[in-house]
Design a protein around this ligand. Structure first.
Ligand code: GCW
Length: 680
């Protein structure tokens, strides 16, 4: 409404400028405003001007004083040249937002910048038109802000249409066929642009048979999606099967050094670019959880990645090569294998051997998207390689979009982490210089996009943090609330805002409280990963995670007596994590095996902390259910009812976690709860 009720001038040409025009035209048609493509009458005034700098008059001269420029004479132009003369270029996606003589102005050098400027004005709402708006240059910290879909073409017999999807199926495919109506994909492109995301893979990193064909004979399906996302500045990338030359090309090998294999990829890639000229590149999960890779040919991951990098290089493409490589056929009796070590052990020796257009894509923690993990040591250990950090918006291990779990604070803590200590660069600095930020998508065909309507905030925060990693995650949540629960749609804004902050601000920590304690991770049911099962993985080939016995719990990852994982960190963290005294409480059991009566920095014993947090966490969820009920009648009834049902499940599940974890540790330790609460 803030824009749609106003007089707007849009200056410039290009597909994305057309998108901006279209957005404003629709808003104006709804709320009575007007949109113009040029100034028809001298002196005509506007409330909002969005202009490409190249579409502005050349130099403001005396003659321009009378020029009907933007309805506010040549002031803006003069000012604009002030910016342009400045050393800071706006870049391909940046924009200037300011207010001059009662006109709100967005200027960008490129159409993408104008699109992001539009969404910034949308975010600001009425305050974009108030005198308090200061001039500012906005530029994304990261060039690549990517979403990875784990969507399958054929519904997988175990994983379904979307691997780890909790949002009602794929936006792109259903039962082996592309969705015919791409209107939803178009709306998704708009949503992504509004969050600041500019790249997306559309298919699962586990590339099964049907999906392998997206590279060749089913490429048209990808091109159709790319066509729909393009006007929103979102480039499409594809997850590919490393064995594609065998599966699709009838070659006997996929050896990356074999000339026939290289030729095969070169010509397949050429055809991809013929169909999708702005194609982003490939994402590869190789030698990981059963996916094929270069190891089969005695080649390194650098040799594998570089071969694909050479294929996309002539077209400006990149290869995202995932560092999620570990032995998933371990023997639990073998105490020397530590899954946490694997990515570093495989990749750090290859630093400097990857082409410039290879991005090593690293999960934010050394394990697998647990509710609490240290930051992966790989991120700081490959200075000669472009590194991207990967987070999981889809809530595989954080409540599967049945639980409220706002992940902004978790991702923010990762991005702010300074691997070399407080004076060194942060994770955000490192990835901004190379590979950027990747989030596994939590969106699907669900009416509310994300299954749990409040999980939308995670998608939003992912994009916004990639744009501005220093942003306060609570402030981003506030933006999302403002954009989603809008008085224009009848929602009563203030109580909704208050209650949603109560429910969501600390929901990640609440989830942590009632699930796996003190950084230990997992304890989920094997396979689907929902709900508690303390020993579920303990004796499986996937890794052993907690080592609880009658005396204590935790994994000794020290150099002194454990797996040596602490040695993968630079100082000061290497020392901090190694030391039982210095290791932060929340990661204690990730790094150390301690007795149940070990005293934490917070003064509690490990066992009492487990009891206390589990009672507190489950109690908090019951309170959250109450608080949500206060919004009855204040938000869309369908959304209200959906969240009511999900909170019922969250309460049930939190109690189940509480009781299983508490009972397990009571039985192991024999130590009763100091407060005598029920344990079974
Ligand atoms: O978290 C694990 C998931 C797998 C996933 C894998 C990965 C796509 O359980 O479902 O596979 O990580 O990231 O490759």
């Amino acid at each position: 409404r803030a824009i749609g009720a106003r007089r707007v001038l849009v200056l410039g040409d290009g597909m994305l400028v057309e998108t901006v025009r279209e957005e404003i035209t629709v808003a104006c048609a709804r709320f009575g405003g007007q949109v113009r493509h040029r100034q028809d009458q001298a002196g005509e005034r506007f409330d909002l001007v969005l202009a490409l700098t190249g579409a502005l008059p050349a130099m403001p001269t005396a003659a321009d004083a009378g020029h009907p420029f933007l309805g506010s004479d040549a002031a803006i132009a003069t000012w604009q040249y002030g910016w342009r003369g400045a050393p800071e270029a706006l870049g391909g996606e940046g924009f200037v937002l300011t207010r001059r003589e009662e006109v709100t102005v967005v200027l960008a050098d490129e159409p993408r910048g104008l699109l992001y400027g539009l969404f910034e004005v949308v975010r600001l709402g009425e305050s974009a038109f108030g005198s308090g708006l200061g001039a500012a240059i906005h530029r994304p910290a990261m060039r690549l802000r990517m979403i990875n879909h784990w969507d399958n073409v054929d519904a997988h017999p175990v994983m379904g249409q979307v691997e780890r999807g909790y949002a009602g199926g794929s936006l792109f495919w259903q039962d082996g066929l592309p969705r015919r109506d791409l209107a939803r994909v178009q709306a998704y492109g708009r949503l992504l642009a509004a969050c600041g995301i500019n790249a997306a893979t559309v298919n699962n990193v586990n590339v099964h048979r049907a999906e392998t064909h997206l590279l060749t004979d089913r490429l048209g399906e990808v091109a159709a999606i790319a066509r729909v996302l393009r006007p929103y500045g979102v480039r499409v990338h594809l997850s590919v099967n490393f064995a594609a030359p065998i599966v699709l090309g009838a070659l006997a090998t996929a050896d990356p050094l074999d000339p026939a294999v290289r030729d095969w990829w070169a010509s397949a890639t050429r055809r991809v670019y013929e169909a999708i000229p702005d194609f982003g590149g490939y994402v590869v999960k190789a030698d990981s959880e059963g996916q094929p890779g270069p190891f089969a040919y005695g080649r390194s991951h650098a040799e594998g990645a570089d071969m694909l990098a050479d294929a996309v290089a002539p077209f400006g493409g990149v290869v995202h090569w995932r560092a999620f490589v570990y032995n998933h056929r371990q023997d639990w009796r073998d105490r020397s294998t530590d899954r946490a070590r694997a990515a570093y052990d495989h990749f750090v020796p290859l630093d400097g051997r990857f082409r410039d257009n290879v991005i090593v894509q690293v999960k934010h923690g050394p394990m697998d998207f647990q509710v609490r993990e240290p930051v992966s040591p790989v991120i700081a250990a490959m200075p000669a390689t472009r590194v991207a950090v990967e987070v999981q918006a889809t809530q595989e291990y954080t409540g599967q979009q049945r639980h409220i779990c706002y992940l902004g604070p978790l991702w923010s803590s990762v991005l702010r982490f300074a691997p070399h200590g407080p004076d060194g660069s942060t994770v955000a600095d490192i990835v901004a210089g190379g590979g950027g930020f990747v989030a596994v998508s939590n969106a699907g065909a669900d009416h509310f996009w994300t299954g749990h309507p409040l999980a939308q905030a995670n998608l939003y925060a992912a994009g916004r943090l990639a744009w501005q990693p220093t942003a306060d995650p609570t402030a981003l949540l506030d933006e999302w609330i403002g954009l989603t629960f809008n008085p224009a749609t009848g929602d009563d804004a203030e109580p909704v805002r208050r209650t949603l902050h109560l429910l969501m601000d600390d929901s990640w920590r609440t989830y942590e409280q009632y699930t796996a304690p003190l950084g230990i991770g997992f304890m989920v049911r094997p396979g689907h990963h929902y709900g508690p099962d303390v020993d579920g993985y303990e004796y499986t080939p996937w890794g052993t995670y907690h080592f609880a016995d009658r005396d204590g719990v935790g994994v000794d990852r020290t150099r002194a007596s454990g797996t040596g994982f602490t040695g993968q960190y630079p100082e000061p963290w290497s020392q901090i994590y190694e030391s039982l005294d210095d290791c932060p409480d929340e990661l204690l059991l990730f790094f150390h095996h301690v007795g149940f009566r070990h005293v934490l920095h917070n003064g509690s014993t490990v066992i009492q902390h487990i009891y206390d947090t589990h009672f507190a966490g489950a109690e908090r969820v019951a309170e959250m259910r109450q608080q949500w009920h206060e919004l009855d009648g204040l938000v869309d009834p369908a959304l209200f009812t959906r969240v009511v049902a999900l909170l019922e499940e969250q309460v049930r599940s939190a109690e189940e976690w509480r009781d299983q974890i508490n009972t397990y540790f009571f039985r192991k330790s024999g130590v009763p709860d100091a407060k005598g609460r029920p344990i079974y």
